[in-house]
Design a protein. Structure first.
Length: 673
């Protein structure tokens, strides 16, 4: 049945309203009233009508949420009012000092606060003009952020139009946090692991990575949410307190976290903090503290701000996440260099959204110092993204059945001898063909700074080894002759196999520096590999260098020289290099002609993510032109290259007056240089 244009217009209007109401019920109120299938049916009907009657298309239609075409770059957006950041407190005393300061500045003896969870996501600003969502941006450096409107539109808890049961303000800038729920983060990482893609370290990075996607259809597939907690500039609407703000925003369809408390005084805010600390594990999203804000906006005016921090708010951070559990066993892992690392196998325990089952114990000395025994109850902690560690044993819970740990005399993987060199804390397996070392060596060879074989992670290396497809590194280059067997690996399939083989093919052309690094010679990291490549110019020259010659390289001392020298004297290593070349690996030995170019002697620091380069490509590009890369900013730094989500290095660069380059400017410089 074909509708007349007028009928279509009416039906389109009706569908849009219904769908947005369902979005609101589901994503803001958390109370869906129809099934997913019914919802999809409405959306499909709307899509069809909009296609049949393109004259009624509208940027605020719910169909526009699915994702606009990819962009090549984000535009920058200047915030009309700066987006400030919060000062942190780590103890009750610091919070009380904050309260005392506010009281003094406001000349009152009691201050009312609003306490809210501190959401661990990324801050954004939404701009509504006459009730229509027209612009959305990231916080950026607080002054300017990136235009991520198309991506924000894919988040269903963000209204494309404000709800109209109140007068619509001329302009409303709303601020809040975009985040990913812990469960969705876990699922996303699971899928990425299967696809051989790099994992996100935590939900915050996953949310940031998803929102700062040039292709909005990818953002649309990630389940992101937003909580609003602040406003920027407003015209035609005024708020007088945080409480009023938090009560009003939802009436416009803007989602506010229902967990907050109006506190008569600082003691009540501290009480809220303690409750939140207890509850944080139950929440589906990550919080890293509590934000305590002065409720009354007139008082906020009075107390003002210092150096980008409002004096009317403070973030009281939670301590590192800790848990107690039992050490079921202590096992030993063997690394690429044969190093044995003791690892505690724990009774699984939830900690900060993930189930922790292992914690590193570093080495025997560390275990002895902390006196950690098998069977002990222990306190473990995770600070930020890092691997959990054992803080201390809970001695009072010992039964006497706990057993001290000693390093095995034989390698747990191959059974060969284990030695501890004088002056070293680590024990090592002496067998250079130990399978554990092989696995780690392949992973190292395939890593970003070396052959950079995308998708070849731990899981596939293990599978390839177990299936007997790879017994040494050169076997990687023979995998294409064993395509059928490769495709038969569990969960591999034709597509993944093809991607993997392509990535391996691509890695055949490799610079001398990367190749040297990829060999995994003890003590030779990326930087040293670079110096060796520059000094020796060819692999043959390096392979035949004497220890004395090696010692002439800047930064090479006796231990390193000895390590490199003996690596190349070992017939097994020479054989491996021969086989790699036979398999078609081409080592690009020429050193860049840019060496003495415009960038010679300059120092670069990178911060944030670049869109068109991987970090290692960008570093290689500047090194090839004779410049150095450093990890920290000082007065000696010549350029700081700021990608997406730059870190504190950018602030430091600005403070020191160091030249900051955007990715585009960096590209130009590289092309000129
Ligand atoms: S209020 C300056 N409230 O914390 C006042 N911020 O360091 C504006 N954040 O960039 C922020 N939860 O990303 C506020 N309930 C909350 C918050 C919150 C998380 C983040 C936000 C901001 C950072 C400030």
């Amino acid at each position: 049945m074909k509708l007349s244009p007028e009928e279509a217009r009416r039906r389109i209007e009706e569908l849009r309203e219904q769908i947005e109401q369902h979005n609101y019920n589901y994503f803001v109120l958390n109370q869906p009233t129809i099934s997913d299938a019914e919802y999809d049916k409405l959306l499909r009907e709307l899509q069809t009508l909009e296609e049949q009657f393109p004259q009624f298309k509208s940027p605020t239609s719910p169909t526009q949420r699915v994702g606009a075409p990819p962009q090549t770059q984000f535009k920058t957006v200047r915030h009309s009012l700066p987006m400030l950041s919060l000062a942190n407190a780590f103890s009750d005393d610091e919070v009380r000092e904050f309260d005392a300061r506010v009281k003094k500045l406001a000349e009152r003896d009691q201050i009312e606060y609003v306490a809210e969870p501190k959401f661990d996501g990324l801050a954004v600003e939404l701009v509504y003009e006459d009730g229509v969502f027209v612009l959305g941006s990231t916080r950026g450096d607080g002054e300017t952020g990136e235009d991520v409107t198309a991506n924000l539109k894919t988040i269903k808890s963000i209204p494309l139009k404000l709800r109209t049961d109140l007068p619509i303000p001329k302009r409303l800038e709303v601020r809040g946090e975009v985040y990913m729920e812990i469960e969705d983060f876990r699922k996303l990482n699971e899928a990425r692991e299967e696809a051989g893609e790099p994992l996100f370290a935590n939900p915050r990075n996953a949310a940031a990575g998803s929102l700062r996607q040039l292709d909005p259809t990818i953002t649309a597939q990630r389940r992101l949410h937003m909580f609003c907690y602040d406003v920027g500039q407003t015209v035609g609407i005024e708020f007088h307190s945080q409480e009023e703000l938090l009560e009003t925003l939802p009436r416009y369809g803007l989602r506010v976290c229902p967990i907050y408390r109006v506190c008569k005084n600082i003691d009540e805010a501290l009480e809220f903090y303690r409750e939140m600390q207890e509850r944080r594990e139950e929440l589906p999203y990550e919080t890293d503290g509590v934000v305590i804000k002065v409720n009354d906006f007139r008082i906020r005016e009075m107390v003002g701000e210092v150096s980008r921090n409002p004096r009317w708010a403070i973030a009281y951070k939670f301590p590192p996440k800790q848990a107690t559990t039992r050490v079921k066993d202590i096992i030993v892992q063997v690394g690429r260099t044969g190093k044995l690392t003791p690892v505690a196998v724990l009774e699984p325990v939830p900690l900060g959204g993930v189930t922790v089952q292992h914690a590193t114990l570093h080495n025997q000395d560390e275990i002895d110092k902390k006196d950690i025994r098998i069977g002990d109850w222990v306190l473990i902690q995770r600070a930020g993204d890092v691997i959990p560690e054992v803080v201390q044993p809970i001695v009072s819970r010992r039964t006497g059945a706990e057993k001290p740990f000693t390093m095995p005399e034989r390698c747990p993987v191959c059974g060969d001898r284990v030695i501890r060199l004088p002056d070293e804390v680590d024990y090592r397996c002496v067998n250079i063909s130990c399978p554990a070392r092989l696995k780690e060596s392949i992973l190292h060879y395939a890593s970003k700074g070396a052959a950079d074989i995308e998708g070849l992670g731990e899981r596939w290396v293990e599978a390839l080894m177990n299936a007997g497809l790879v017994k040494e590194i050169p076997d990687l280059y023979r995998l294409k002759e064993r395509l059928l067997e490769l495709m038969r690996l569990e969960r591999m399939g034709a597509k993944l196999a093809e991607n993997l083989l392509n990535a391996i093919e691509k890695s055949k052309k490799i610079s001398l520096a990367r190749f040297i690094y990829g060999l995994g010679i003890r003590h030779v990291g990326e930087h040293l590999a670079e110096l060796l490549a520059q000094r020796f110019r060819s692999l043959e020259a390096l392979m035949s260098a004497s220890e004395e010659e090696l010692l002439t390289v800047e930064e090479v001392g006796p231990t390193v020289a000895q390590s490199i020298f003996s690596f190349f004297r070992d017939e097994r290593n020479r054989e491996m290099i021969r086989k790699l070349r036979e398999a078609g690996v081409q080592i690009i030995e020429e050193i860049s002609p840019h060496k003495a170019g415009a960038l010679a002697g300059k120092t670069f620091v990178f911060t944030g993510t670049l869109k068109h380069f991987t970090r290692s490509q960008a570093e290689a590009a500047v090194k090839a032109r004779g410049a150095r890369v450093s990890s920290s900013v000082s007065r000696k730094t010549d350029y700081v290259v700021a990608g997406e989500e730059p870190g504190s290095k950018l602030e430091r660069a600005r403070a020191l007056g160091v030249t900051v380059l955007s990715e585009e400017e960096f590209r130009q410089l590289i092309e000129e240089g």
